[in-house]
Design a protein around this ligand. Structure first.
Ligand code: SAH
Length: 246
C-alpha cells in the first residue's frame, strides 16, 4: 500500500495560528518528520505519531526520509515553519517523492501562515498592495544572483519582505540591502523589524529607511520595508491603494 506524504505549514509559532487542516494531518500521521524545535512546538496529544527529529541544515535528508517512509506505506507529516512552500520543505519533498519514481508516494502540501503575513498583521497592513519577498540567505543562492535581485527589488517601488536577514556569521547581504534601500528609497519610508512573531518574546520595532542600519536583526526576525504607498498612522503601517491623503 502506498502511503502519503503531507507537507504541513505550522505557521509562525503559536498553536492557535495552526490551520485546522494541518491539525487534522498532524493528528492522523503515523510518522512525523521535522526540525527538532518545530516538532517540540506540537504537543504529543495533538500529534501522537512516531517522531523523527532532525537538526538544522538537514533539509534534504529530512525530505528524503519522509518520502521513503511514505513510500513504505505510512502516513507521514513533514513539518515546515510558516508556509511549507515559502522557503520551506515543500519543494524538496516533491523532488524527493518524484525521485522515487513508481514507488513515489502521493504528496499533499498544506499551507500555513507565513512570516510575511504574520509580521504584517502585527504592524497593520503594510502588504495591502504589491509586495515582494526575498531571502537574504546566500547559502543556497549564489551571492551575485542574490545581489542582482536585491538591487532590482530595492529600486522597484514595492513593499519588500526580507526573510533570513542576517545570522551571526552572515551580515553582508543585510548591509548591502540597507545600503541599496538607502540609495533607492526616500529616507522616511517606514520599516518594521518583527522578531519571533506569535512566539514567546515577540518584539516589533518600527524605524525608517534612513535609520534602519540601527535595527538589530537575526534569523528569527523578518523585516518589512514600505513603498511610496506606505504611511505610518501612529503605531500602524498601512499601504494605501489610492494616493495617500496629505
Ligand atoms: N517557511 C517559513 C520561512 C522559513 S525561512 C515561512 O513561511 O514563514 C526562516 C525565516 O523566516 C527566518 O529567518 C525569519 O526571517 C522568518 N520567520 C519565520 N518565522 C518567523 C517568526 N515567527 N517571526 C519572525 N520571523 C520569522
Amino acid at each position: 500500500m502506498k502511503g502519503r506524504l503531507a507537507v504541513v505549514g505550522l505557521g509562525p509559532g503559536a498553536l492557535d495560528q495552526l490551520p485546522a487542516a494541518v491539525a487534522t494531518e498532524l493528528a492522523g500521521a503515523d510518522h512525523l518528520v521535522g526540525y527538532r524545535s518545530y516538532l517540540d512546538q506540537v504537543p504529543a496529544e495533538l500529534a501522537p505519531g512516531r517522531r523523527e527529529p532532525y537538526e538544522l541544515g538537514e533539509e534534504r535528508r529530512r525530505a528524503r526520509r519522509a518520502a521513503e517512509a511514505a513510500a513504505e506505506g505510512q502516513r507521514v507529516a513533514l513539518l515546515s515553519s510558516g508556509d511549507p512552500g515559502i522557503y520551506g520543505m515543500a519543494a524538496l519533498a516533491i523532488e524527493e517523492a518524484a525521485g522515487l519514481g513508481e514507488r513515489g508516494p502521493e504528496v499533499a502540501v498544506f499551507p500555513g501562515v507565513t512570516a510575511a503575513t504574520a509580521a504584517a498583521s502585527l504592524v497593520g497592513a503594510p502588504l495591502a498592495v504589491d509586495f515582494a519577498c526575498l531571502s537574504l540567505s546566500d547559502l543556497l543562492v549564489p551571492w551575485p544572483e542574490l545581489a542582482a535581485r536585491l538591487e532590482a527589488l530595492c529600486a522597484a517601488d514595492v513593499a519588500l519582505v526580507l526573510y533570513n536577514p542576517a545570522s551571526r556569521a552572515r551580515r553582508r547581504p543585510w548591509e548591502w540591502a540597507v545600503a541599496s534601500l538607502q540609495r533607492h528609497r526616500p529616507q522616511p519610508t517606514p520599516v518594521a523589524a518583527v522578531r519571533r512573531a506569535y512566539r514567546a518574546g515577540q518584539s516589533v520595532r518600527l524605524a525608517d529607511v534612513g535609520s534602519m542600519d540601527e535595527l538589530e536583526v537575526d534569523m528569527e526576525t523578518v523585516v518589512i520595508v514600505g513603498s511610496s504607498r506606505t504611511v505610518r498612522r501612529g503605531e500602524w503601517l498601512v499601504s494605501l491603494r489610492d494616493e495617500a491623503p496629505p
